[in-house]
Design a protein around this ligand. Structure first.
Ligand code: UDP
Length: 240
């Protein structure tokens, strides 16, 4: 939780603490292929978030009894650096990072043609270097670009973005203060081409109408993210 609670999160003229309009996303930058030793990688800046994703594989899975004869096993590790947050985060997995790893894997797996890579493992690592809320979404966004950069066959990219409720307003892409002092947070991931949602969570309180509005807004955010993901890949592979 941020140390000092701001008096209000939305000003009288409807602007947020960082000057954004309710339906505005933070500045987003994506770069594909940033790590030499990974098969695929990506770097994402979303506002003050700084996140790296690395993909290794498809590679032989050991021990062999963990292999699946008909598909690849997807593994995902989300990790926050101790220096990524205000109050030093104890290194190593905790309940939160284990949960985020699981739901991120489940958000990405439907997009991967795992059946093309039997007996292998696809390992995805997300390292949060600086966190400012929305890291699970930015991590999924980065991981998806890293998977494509690794040449892994996918149905579509997975784009992720959150919406939230702040001072009674539904807002796109909440930052730290809004996440900490807002009323609710709705992270969403989807494959934009078909519109299939692969992650939808809600933390906090919202009416069904507000929830619908938040989902709609988060989907709009995903479309913006998707465009940037594709641009990053095109930049690396010389089409832009
Ligand atoms: N956070 C923190 N310390 C922690 C975990 C989280 O300061 O140990 C901050 C961090 O900025 C994170 C935010 O709280 O981005 C919101 O965390 P949440 O669990 O809602 O996940 P996120 O929004 O990052 O997906």
């Amino acid at each position: 939780m941020p140390e000092e609670e701001p008096e209000r999160l939305i000003s009288e003229d409807g602007l947020r603490l960082d000057g954004r309009k309710p339906d505005e996303m933070r500045p987003l930058k994506i770069k594909a292929g940033v790590l030499k030793r990974a098969d695929g990688s990506a770097y994402v800046e979303l506002g003050a978030n700084r996140i790296v994703a690395a993909v290794y594989g498809p590679r032989e899975l050991h021990p062999r009894h963990k292999q699946k004869p008909d598909r690849a096993v997807v593994r995902f590790r989300y990790n926050m650096a101790p220096f990524s947050v205000d109050e030093r985060k104890r290194p190593g997995p905790d309940r939160r990072s284990i949960e985020i790893s699981k739901l991120s894997k489940e958000a990405l797996e439907p997009a991967i043609f795992t059946e093309y890579y039997p007996r292998t493992a696809i390992d995805i690592f997300v390292e949060v270097l600086q966190a400012d809320a929305g890291t699970r979404c930015a991590g999924i966004t980065a991981a998806s670009v890293a998977l494509a950069d690794a040449g892994i066959e996918m149905r579509d990219l997975v784009a992720a973005c959150a919406a939230g409720k702040v001072d009674g307003h539904i807002v796109l892409d909440p930052m730290y203060y809004e996440d900490g002092y807002g009323e609710a947070d709705v992270p969403l991931a989807m494959m934009p081409k078909e519109g299939e949602i692969t992650l939808l969570q809600m933390d906090g309180d919202m009416t069904p109408e507000e929830f619908k509005k938040a989902v709609k807004l988060a989907k709009k955010g995903c479309k913006i993210v998707y465009k940037e993901q594709r641009r990053a890949l095109k930049r690396k592979y010389g089409e832009e």
